[in-house]
Design a protein around this ligand. Structure first.
Ligand code: ADP
Ligand code: ZN
Length: 606
C-alpha cells in the first residue's frame, strides 16, 4: 500500500474498531510511516495516544505485532481493552500457567493473533526466539523504551539485549515509544536499540486537558477536602504527601470525612500495597493518598485529579506526578497547596543534604525553578513548557490565566521585612517577625524587648495574610533564606543587600483571592458540569459500568472511558446510529452493549 491508501485504510480502522473520529496529533504521520515498514522513535507525553501508533499498524500489516512491555499489570489491561474492541490480542508473561501460555503460543504460531504482548525477559528466551523465527511478524513495538537507559530510574537490563531484534529480524519494522522527554535519554534509546535509521517523532509535552492550580496554603486539609467535594466528588484521584506519617493521617482523615481514600507508601507491607493499588485501579472513585513510592505502573486513564499537599523536589517531578491525571484526555486537575513552610523545608533539605557542593547547587537551581512556577503571575503552562524547552501561548486553562493575580510594588514592604529579620538578630520565624512588624503586643515580643526596635509597628498598614505572602515570596525568590540550624528562622541572603539598600525594586503577587471562578471555560464534560437529567443519566451509566466491570472482572475503564459515558449522558441518544457517532463507541462495543445503553437512556428519560 502507498501512503495515501494506508491513510484511508487507517482512518477506516480507527473509526470502525476504536470508535475514534480522527487521529490525534502526530498519530497519522507515525502510523503511516510504521505501517509502510519504517522504524520510529515516538516521544509523546503520557496520555498522548502512543498505543494506537503500533496497534493500528498491527491491524494493517500482515502477521502479528509483537509488543515488548515491562509491566505485567499494564500488559493485561491493554490486552483486555483490545479484546473488548474485538481485536485478537494476547500476552505471555510469568503470571500465567503453562496451559494458558502454550495455547497462546499455539495461536501465535498459527497466525491467529493481531497483537502479542511479551515481557522482555520472556522475549529473549530460546523458545520464544524460535517461535518468532517461524511466525510472520508485522512489527516490533518496544514500549517504555526509556527502560534501556542506565541513568533513568526505570532501568531494565533485559532492554539492553533488545538490539538483537534488529540483527535477527532486520526486515521487520520497529517502533520504540516513551514519555521521557530529555535529549540524553533519546540518544541512548537510539543507540542502544540500534535505531539509527528510525524517524524520530517528538510531540509537544503539553497536556492541555490538565488544569494547573497552585493555591496558597492556609488550612491544607480543609482546602483539600473542599477541592475534592466541589470539583471531584466520587472521582478517582491521587494525593501526594512527603512523609509516610502524613499519608496515614491524611488518608484516615479523608476516610472519616466520607472520601473513599486508601494509603500507599513504602513502609507498608507489600501485600497491602498491592491490594490498595488494585483497588485504586479497579474501583470507581478511589482516592490514593501516597508518597512518591506510588508511581511507576499507574496506567489508570481516568485519574481525575492529582493533588500535592507538599512541594515536590523539582519541576520534572511535579510534571511526572501531575501527568498521571487525565490520561484519557478528559478534563483533569493538577492542584497543589503551597506555603512559606514548604519553601523553607525544601531549602533546608537541600542545605543539610549529604550531597557535595555541585549536587546541592543543582538541587537548589531545580527548587528555584519550581518556586518560580509557584510564584509566577503569568501562565503556569507557559512556565512549565518553557522549562522543557517549548514555547507556548497563555493557555486559558490554569489558575493564573483564569484569574490573573495582580502584582504590586512591594519594594518598601520587602525592605521592612528584611530589616525586621536583621534587627531581631536573624533568629526568628515569619510568625514572630509579622507580629513585630504589625506592632503586636505578644508575650514573645515583650520577652525579647522587641517593642523598642525601630521596626516595631512599621508594617501595621498591611494585614497578616499580606505579610505572610511577602515572607513566602522573599524565601521563594531567594531574597531571604532559612537558617539550617534553627527551625523556621529566617536570615538575610547575599541578594538581600540591594533590596535593603533600596537599589532593587521588588514586585510581588497579591495574596490570592479566596474564591476564584470555578468551572469557567473548562473543555469537555465532567461529573460536576453535567447537571440535571444528564447528571442523573451519567450516574446510572456509571452504576451499569461498575456492574459490567465486576461481572467480567475487568477495570471499569476497559468497558468504557469516563469521556464516553459523559458523551452518552450529554447526547442521550435514542437509537444505535446516534450512539455509534459518539467517541469511544466502535463496532464491537456497539454490538455488545448498544441495546443495553439505549435501554438505560430510555429509562432515565422516564
Ligand atoms: P499513552 O500510552 O501515550 O499514555 P494511550 O495510548 O493510553 O496513551 O492513550 C491515551 C488515551 O487517549 C486512551 O484513552 C485512548 O483511548 C485515547 N486516544 C488515543 N488516540 C485517540 C484518538 N485518535 N482519538 C480519541 N482518543 C484517543
Ligand atoms: Zn495558563
Amino acid at each position: 500500500m502507498n501512503a495515501p491508501a494506508t491513510e484511508v485504510a487507517a482512518l477506516e480502522v480507527l473509526r470502525r474498531v476504536f470508535g475514534h473520529a480522527d487521529f490525534r496529533g502526530a498519530q497519522r504521520e507515525i502510523l503511516v510511516h510504521v505501517a509502510g515498514g519504517g522504524d520510529a522513535l515516538v516521544l509523546m507525553p503520557t496520555g498522548g495516544g502512543k498505543s494506537l501508533c503500533y496497534q493500528l499498524p498491527a491491524l494493517l500489516r500482515p502477521g502479528t505485532a509483537v509488543v515488548v512491555s515491562p509491566l505485567i499489570a499494564l500488559m493485561q489491561d491493554q490486552v483486555a481493552a483490545l479484546r473488548q474492541l474485538g481485536v485478537r490480542a494476547a500476552f505471555l508473561n510469568s503470571s500465567q500457567g503453562a496451559s494458558e501460555s502454550s495455547s497462546t503460543e499455539r495461536a501465535f504460531s498459527h497466525g491467529e493473533l493481531d497483537l502479542l504482548y511479551v515481557a522482555p525477559e520472556r522475549l529473549l528466551t530460546p523458545r520464544m526466539l524460535e517461535l518468532l523465527a517461524r511466525a510472520q511478524i508485522a512489527l516490533f513495538a518496544i514500549d517504555e523504551a526509556h527502560c534501556v537507559s542506565q541513568w533513568g530510574h526505570d532501568f531494565r537490563p533485559e532492554y539492553l539485549q533488545l538490539s538483537m531484534l534488529h540483527e535477527r529480524f532486520a526486515e521487520v519494522p520497529r517502533i520504540a515509544l516513551t514519555a521521557t522527554a530529555d535529549p540524553q535519554t533519546r540518544e541512548e534509546i537510539l543507540a542502544r536499540l540500534a535505531l539509527g535509521r528510525a524517524r524520530v517523532f517528538i510531540s509537544s509535552f503539553d497536556r492541555p486537558n490538565i488544569r494547573y492550580t497552585i493555591v496558597e496554603k492556609r488550612d491544607a486539609r480543609g482546602q483539600l477536602l473542599n477541592f475534592i467535594r466541589e470539583e471531584h466528588p466520587g472521582e478517582a484521584g491521587i494525593v501526594y504527601c512527603l512523609s509516610r506519617r502524613k499519608v496515614e493521617t491524611i488518608s484516615a482523615w479523608l476516610a472519616a470525612e466520607g472520601v473513599r481514600s486508601l494509603p500507599y507508601h513504602a513502609g507498608m507491607d507489600s501485600a497491602m500495597r498491592a491490594a490498595h493499588q488494585a483497588r485504586f485501579q479497579n474501583e470507581e472513585g478511589a482516592v490514593m493518598v501516597a508518597t512518591i513510592a506510588f508511581g511507576m505502573g499507574i496506567d489508570k486513564p481516568d485519574v481525575r485529579f492529582v493533588a500535592h499537599l507538599d512541594l515536590p523536589r523539582s519541576i520534572e517531578a511535579y510534571y511526572q506526578e501531575t501527568g498521571r491525571a487525565g490520561r484519557d484526555g478528559a478534563p483533569a486537575d493538577a492542584w497543589m497547596v503551597y506555603g512559606l513552610g514548604d519553601a523553607v523545608q525544601q531549602r533546608r533539605l537541600i542545605d543539610t543534604s549529604e550531597g557535595d557542593e555541585a549536587f546541592r547547587r543543582i538541587a537548589a537551581a531545580k527548587l528555584d525553578a519550581l518556586l518560580g512556577l509557584c510564584e509566577t503571575a503569568g501562565c503556569r503552562r507557559v512556565r512549565l513548557l518553557e522549562y522543557f524547552g517549548e514555547t507556548a501561548a497563555a493557555c486559558g486553562n490554569c489558575d493564573t490565566c483564569r484569574a490573573p493575580p495582580a502584582t504590586w510594588d512591594a519594594t518598601e514592604a520587602a525592605r521592612m521585612a528584611l530589616s525586621a529579620i536583621y534587627r531581631t538578630g536573624q533568629r526568628f520565624g515569619a510568625v514572630h517577625l509579622i507580629d513585630v512588624l504589625r506592632g503586636r503586643d505578644t508575650e514573645r515580643v515583650r520577652r525579647w524587648g522587641h517593642q523598642s526596635l525601630s521596626v516595631f509597628g512599621i508594617g501595621a498598614g498591611l494585614d497578616e495574610a499580606a505579610w505572610r505572602g511577602v515572607f513566602r515570596q522573599l524565601v521563594a525568590l531567594g531574597l531571604a533564606r532559612p537558617d539550617h540550624g534553627r527551625h523556621g528562622a529566617l536570615q538575610l541572603a547575599e541578594s538581600s543587600r540591594p533590596v535593603l539598600k533600596g537599589e532593587q525594586r521588588v514586585a510581588l503577587r497579591h495574596a490570592a483571592r479566596r474564591h476564584d471562578a470555578r468551572q469557567r471555560g473548562r473543555p469537555g464534560f465532567t461529573q460536576a458540569s453535567l447537571t440535571g437529567a444528564a447528571g442523573d443519566l451519567l450516574l446510572r451509566l456509571k452504576a451499569w459500568r461498575a456492574e459490567q466491570a465486576r461481572a467480567q472482572a475487568l477495570p471499569a475503564y476497559v468497558i468504557f472511558h469516563d469521556s464516553t459515558l459523559a458523551a452518552i449522558a450529554a447526547a442521550a441518544p435514542r437509537d444505535l446510529d446516534a450512539l455509534a457517532g459518539l467517541p469511544g463507541i466502535g463496532a464491537r462495543k456497539l454490538e455488545r452493549y448498544g441495546e443495553e445503553l439505549l435501554r438505560i437512556v430510555g429509562e432515565a428519560a422516564g
